[in-house]
Ligand binder design. Structure first.
Ligand SMILES: Cc1cc2nc3c(=O)[nH]c(=O)nc-3n(C[C@H](O)[C@H](O)[C@H](O)COP(=O)(O)OP(=O)(O)OC[C@H]3O[C@@H](n4cnc5c(N)ncnc54)[C@H](O)[C@@H]3O)c2cc1C
Ligand code: SF4
Length: 480
């Protein structure tokens, strides 16, 4: 090992783990990046400048102690690096794979600012915890003492699972309810395997189960069990149901066969990767094979759709987005990966309707051309319509990836007292995530609106701490 393991950015350039060539990537749903070798991880971790004010850490939603675990990795102290990394992050190997690091930790790395290329923080984080799994350092939860209190978690996505982990470690009895047949939320059925292979998610769920977390699957709260029944059975409830109502496009023929919703398309594809029977895929409706595919949207979901369509064997894949490359919300890295895989981006375009043949079958998307005007409230330049420049983009399958909104939980669950914002997301206190209903907390996308895995994890951990304080509060304990 080098005497001075750090500050090696002066001599050593930034190197991501190897990426499989696009032609090979298109043949399967496996992750596209390979793992670092031990030498490469040591070398790349050693590029960190150990700066006095680590902006990477303050821009990581979990405030991960990045400089320290980079130092330990570069010094060969990998088990300590793992212990430190997992102390602040419930699923470091998942965040290492799918956080948009360019907008978070890596985008704020000091050596990136000085033009040397950021430390590959996400890839090192993934390497540390993948190694920990391989070496058997990741153990099921074994609480020092069992506690009698029980907490219900509605929603087995990253927010709910992060909370389950913290609560169970404290010895609390945890039951996670989810409407799907597998836990994991969007980690399981939304995000495709080429970004996050499914065994990586499933082994986490198996570990939680082995540690005593109870999962009640195929159970839709509001249908199979009432919210009130859950409240009656448990000492506290955490809502972590995510946002699933797809934003619609009101346009001619938008209900035509061949116009589909992004999450239905991705869920069908992910289910096929598990080997499930999926009639809507098997009958061709949600299969892009041999089709000209047009995806509408410019976020992470749209990027996942275009790349899934490539892997399914689409004859062409185009992505329509109403702004330009610089103003798109999706990760730059994923856009580049999509382009390498043959996806064509048609910038500054918006759909105005769908074209069908005499049988009503989709043949194209009517497209309006746009230009960029002044910045809007989000700071991004607002698209403006160019009159008279419409044209038809040929398509056999149009996938709508226009974003998600929350379901109306107070109505669906018959709890009008559950306060929501004007966007329909649940109102919860900033740090404790407590809602207006006593003994009920809420985290993740159902509070933030469509967001990121790392934010859901942070919320889940914070809410679990708040629930533990609530369970231990003297007034509550005395009343029992
Ligand atoms: C296609 C796609 C790609 C994405 N890619 C990325 C990415 O690369 N990086 C990133 O950081 N983020 C990404 N995101 C965002 C990220 O997945 C979410 O922000 C995150 O999963 C939110 O976590 P959550 O726990 O709040 O909700 P979810 O993960 O949505 O989990 C909610 C769970 O609640 C369950 N549920 C809902 N209603 C009920 C009910 N009534 N009864 C019982 N169970 C219920 C659902 O079945 C689900 O399992 C992506 C999102 C999508 C859609
Ligand atoms: S959790 Fe995400 S933001 Fe934080 S260090 Fe890891 S990759 Fe970066």
């Amino acid at each position: 090992m080098a005497k001075q393991p750090m500050l090696r950015f002066v001599k050593i350039g930034r190197e991501m783990p190897e990426k499989r060539p696009p032609a090979l990537r298109a043949e399967d749903f496996d992750e596209i990046y390979s793992e670092y070798s031990d030498e490469k991880a040591t070398e790349q971790a050693g590029r960190c400048s150990q700066c006095g004010v680590p902006y990477c850490q303050s821009h990581c939603p979990l405030h991960n102690n990045i400089p320290d675990w980079l130092l330990m990795t570069a010094s060969g102290r990998l088990q300590e690096a793992y212990e430190l990394s997992q102390a602040t992050n419930t699923f470091p190997e998942i965040c290492g794979r799918i956080c948009p690091q360019d907008r978070l930790c890596e985008g704020n790395c000091v050596i990136e600012q000085s033009g040397h290329g950021t430390v590959t923080i996400g890839s090192v984080e993934k390497y540390i915890t993948d190694t920990a799994w391989e070496k058997g350092w990741v153990k099921p939860i074994a609480p020092a003492q069992e506690r009698p209190e029980s907490v219900a978690i509605i929603g087995a996505g990253p927010g709910g699972l992060a909370a389950a982990d913290v609560l169970r470690r404290a010895g609390v009895q945890v039951t996670v309810y989810d409407r799907y047949d597998r836990a994991g939320g969007l980690l399981t059925y939304g995000i495709p395997g080429f970004k996050l292979e499914k065994p990586v998610v499933m082994r986490r769920i198996e570990q939680l189960e082995a540690g005593g977390v109870e999962f009640v699957l195929n159970c839709t709260v509001g249908e199979d069990i009432t919210f009130d029944a859950i409240r009656g059975k448990h000492d506290a409830v955490l809502i972590a149901t995510g946002v699933y109502k797809a934003r619609d496009l009101v346009a001619p023929n938008s209900g035509a066969p061949g116009v589909v919703k992004a999450l239905e398309f991705l869920t069908a594809s992910n289910r096929k990767s598990f080997g499930d029977e999926v009639p809507e895929f098997d009958n061709g409706d949600l299969d892009a094979r041999g089709k000209r595919v047009v995806v509408i949207g410019g976020g992470d979901t749209a990027m996942d759709c275009v790349r899934t369509a490539v892997r399914q064997g689409a004859t062409s894949v185009r992505c329509l987005y109403r702004r330009d490359r610089d103003n798109m919300p999706g990760s730059r890295r994923e856009t580049q990966n999509a382009e390498e895989e043959g996806v064509e981006f048609v910038w500054l375009t918006a759909p105005s309707g769908f074209v069908t043949d005499a049988d009503g079958t989709l043949t194209g998307v009517r497209v309006q051309k746009m230009r960029l005007g002044q910045p809007d409230a989000t700071g991004r330049r607002a698209p403006e319509l160019i009159e008279g420049a419409d044209y038809t983009e040929e398509a056999d399958l149009a996938i709508m990836a226009l974003g998600f909104e929350p379901e109306d939980l107070p109505m669906l669950w018959g709890v009008p007292e559950l306060a929501v914002t004007r966007w329909g997301t649940i109102k919860a206190k900033f740090n404790t995530h407590e809602t207006d209903l006593p003994g009920v907390w809420a985290v993740g996308d159902i509070v933030r609106g469509a967001s990121l895995v790392v934010w859901a994890i942070r919320d889940g951990r914070e809410a679990a701490d708040a629930i533990l304080s609530y369970l231990a509060a003297p007034a509550r304990v005395a009343a029992e």
